[in-house]
Ligand binder design. Structure first.
Ligand SMILES: *Cc1c(COP(=O)(O)O)cnc(C)c1O
Length: 405
């Protein structure tokens, strides 16, 4: 599905027409498990696929379908499918693309549970996986094996915000005929649309920016119609991790404000990045919107802005990091991201505990690294909270804090 109007308009209108629903401005919630047939013959036609129409909500539901179509339009994909969680979406795609003996090539950092899923697939189904920096064509090619059936990437990579060049990866993958799957959770389609760079499948934990309000667990997958239909009748139907109609309704509601929310998230994150960078207790800041970030140039080519998540490393120990977090008054200690509330977490002991220590080190996740999902509050208040908490772990020197731009 391609966009016929601007992104800011499609987040509100795509996939739904009130004329089809008695003029209801808001998408009705079809809170039903099953759909009745007019006759036994109609039931037969529906099951045979000879007639369009709903059968049973695990196979399709009108509220969920409106969301699936909207996200497909926003990502510039042919078709979308919604799942009960981001991980239900990730597992449905990975299981659909692999069989015993296959190999998955991944970006250097992965969401913790995706890493866990790959370990399980290796142990139970002999589906191996490897990591690639994906910085150069040569290195990427050297990691591709004859049995590689999927390239799986996240960009920005959580939590160090390293970027992967989507165009480079999809170009190399195409020459081998390997599909590229991108977990686009951290960017949202407002900031980055991997299909425009030749990638094949895009996954979202809708729990994060798509929802934006911290009240839904959900997942989305979009891609080409042939592949998506295959997922619909195999891993989605038979493993069954589908989305509930009410959750789809909440997501349709949240999506309407995605562009305005993302603008504020990005602006606030930029403000925090600048200030953290200048703070004497902060050793390094990882934010791709910052001109000093190693992948800033790549950010400019494939993203609209640097996003709303950043990580920073303190001078000090794990205890210092925890002390700083405990001293916060407004910012909440919680995993997840993309919500109105600013959320802070400690990757080494929270989101990335499943990753073995050695691998964590390779990924740059030290014990002093803290991840911040910058919320929609006034940036001055977010900074005030961070600054007072940072003051607990050391005395301030004369390093200058930039003033408001
Ligand atoms: C949260 C997250 C997931 C998992 O999504 P759930 O909705 O929690 O199942 C997958 N990938 C990324 C990048 C995430 O941030």
């Amino acid at each position: 599905m391609s966009r016929s109007k601007h992104f800011e308009t499609e987040v509100i209108h795509a996939g739904y027409d009130s004329k089809d629903h008695l003029g209801s401005l808001s998408t009705p919630i079809f809170q039903t498990s099953t759909f009745t047939f007019d006759s036994a013959e109609q039931g037969e036609r529906r099951f045979a696929g000879d007639e369009e129409g709903y059968i049973y909500s695990r196979l399709g539901n009108p509220t969920v379908k409106a969301l699936e179509q909207r996200v497909a339009v926003l990502e510039g994909a042919e078709m979308g499918l919604a799942f009960g969680s981001g991980m239900a979406a990730v597992s449905a795609v990975l299981v659909a693309l692999t069989k015993a003996g296959d190999h998955i090539l991944c970006s250097q950092g992965l969401y913790g549970c995706t890493f866990g899923l790959l370990s399980m697939m290796k142990e139970k189904y002999a589906i191996s996986s490897d990591f690639s920096l994906m910085e150069t064509e040569e290195e990427l090619k050297s990691k591709i094996q004859p049995n590689t059936t999927c390239i799986y990437i996240e960009t920005p990579i959580n939590p160090t915000m390293k970027l992967i060049d989507l165009e480079l990866v999809s170009r190399v993958a195409k020459s081998y005929g390997i599909p590229v799957v991108v977990d686009n959770t951290f960017s949202s389609p407002y900031l980055q649309r991997p299909i425009e760079y030749g990638c094949d499948v895009v996954i979202h934990s809708a729990t994060k920016y798509l929802c934006g309000h911290g009240d839904v667990i959900g997942g989305l997958v979009v891609g080409k119609e042939a592949f998506m239909k295959q997922v619909a009748v195999t891993t989605q139907k038979d493993i069954g991790g589908v989305m509930a109609p009410f959750d789809a309704w909440l997501l349709l509601r949240g999506l309407k404000t995605l562009p305005v929310r993302m603008e504020r998230h990005c602006h606030n994150a930029m403000m925090m990045s600048e200030r953290l960078n200048a703070h004497p207790i902060v050793k390094s800041v990882y934010y791709p919107g910052d001109v000093t970030h190693e992948d800033y140039a790549l950010m400019v080519t494939q993203m609209k802005a640097g996003g709303g998540v950043l990580a920073f490393e303190l001078e000090g120990t794990k205890e210092d990091a925890q002390k700083m977090m405990n001293a916060l008054k407004m910012i909440k200690i919680a995993v997840s991201l993309g919500d109105a509330e600013s959320l802070i977490q400690h990757p080494a002991t929270m989101t990335h505990t499943v990753v073995p220590e050695q691998k964590r080190r390779e990924m740059g996740i030290t014990d002093q690294l803290i991840r911040l999902s910058v919320g929609l509050e006034a940036w001055e208040d977010i900074w005030q909270d961070l600054e007072q908490a940072l003051s607990f772990i050391g005395s301030k020197t004369s390093k200058e804090i930039p003033i408001e731009k």
